[in-house]
Design a protein around this ligand. Sequence first.
Ligand SMILES: [Zn+2]
Length: 216
Amino acid sequence: MLLFGGKPAGQLQEIERYKLNAMSAFAETQTCRRLVLLNYFGENRHQPCGNCDICLDPPKQYDGLIDAQKVLSCIYRTGQRFGIGYIADILRGANHQRIREFDHDKLPVYGLVKEQSHEHWVSVCRQQLIHMGLVNQNIAHFSALQLIEAARPILRGEVPLQLAVARVLSKKSRNQQNKNYQGRYDKKLFAKLRQLRKVIANEENIPPFVVFNDAT
Ligand SMILES: [Zn+2]
């Protein structure tokens, strides 16, 4: 097996993937950024700082106790061995082989929340429950989600929990945004850039879209 700095290549890849996920989760966070950082470094804090951009311009909140309980219960019932995407798949009742193999389609949480998008549940897990210090992403074990002690009163419904409405662009608004750009660009400059792209692509012997695509 290939070794880099004492770690097997697969393990290194896993660490890099975790770092990338953590970075994008930080960028897209719906909770106080200071909390995100402190929880990332293992200090389990729950009090927002009141000073970061999220605290100063908070996203819309809703009573998220039931949503959080669904996620936490799904993590618990699947043995705290699976990652975010898989947990979201079970909750949304995805029909794939892995779920059937593990008999997770027989769980009471399977298909519990079909009406909400995959992105919604990823946001609840990655941008909120982890950042709030309720769930840990175990990097040493395939980024599996694991419950932290603070999740217990949430699961029992003993404390209220507010979650943020994710600021993700819906497909509809993304299409609208793309439409807004159509026909509104400098056509001469576009032609010049295309020509340049062709020259670079020929020199490097690669397809033009690898240099940059039309949207870029
Ligand atoms: Zn803050």
